[in-house]
Ligand binder design. Structure first.
Ligand code: FEO
Length: 164
């Protein structure tokens, strides 16, 4: 199997770390909502944290398939307190936009290196990021529409509790 360049191995390792850091960020948000008694919101962010771990595993598998070294790094402790119920939702959207920019940087390198296999692998992440940004934006908008009415917030919480 074709070798990955040194720069590519490095940047994919960085992305593994970023995905795990995302998992930690969302776990912190899940803890925040659990403490507020919003168990549906907490469930939603726990599920998101789990998804981020699967993203890191996808990249890890890709390196293993190419016999490339995996370098796990420290993960920063996440925030577990926020000023209000809306703040984590806004942070999630900003964070996903940031992660999209990281994926694009890897794609830029893959294109520059004519690394067609990595380009193909990254296509999945490009569409996943689109989905994650849409989901985060939708949730923020839903909160802005329903969040100030307790019975509607209860319904939103219930809906989020059903995320699979
Ligand atoms: Fe793995 Fe939410 O980006």
């Amino acid at each position: 199997m074709a070798n990955l360049s040194k720069n590519m191995v490095h940047i994919i390792n960085e992305q593994i770390n970023a995905e795990l850091e995302s998992a930690y960020l969302y776990l912190g948000m899940a803890n925040f909502y659990a403490e507020k008694g919003l168990m549906g919101f907490a469930h939603n962010f726990k599920k998101q944290a789990d998804e981020e771990v699967t993203h890191s595993e996808k990249l890890r598998d890709y390196l293993i398939d190419h016999s490339a070294p995996i370098v796990l790094k420290d993960i920063k402790a996440p925030r577990e307190t926020y000023e209000d119920l809306r703040a984590p939702l806004k942070k999630q959207l900003e964070h996903e936009e940031y992660v999209t920019s990281l994926i694009y940087k890897i794609m830029d390198l893959a294109i520059e290196e004519k690394d067609y296999r990595t380009i193909e692998m990254l296509r999945w992440f490009v569409s996943e990021q689109q989905e994650e940004e849409v989901n985060a934006r939708t949730l923020l908008e839903e909160y802005d529409t329903f969040g100030s009415d307790l019975s509607l917030l209860y319904k939103l919480n219930k809906k989020l509790g059903k995320r699979e």
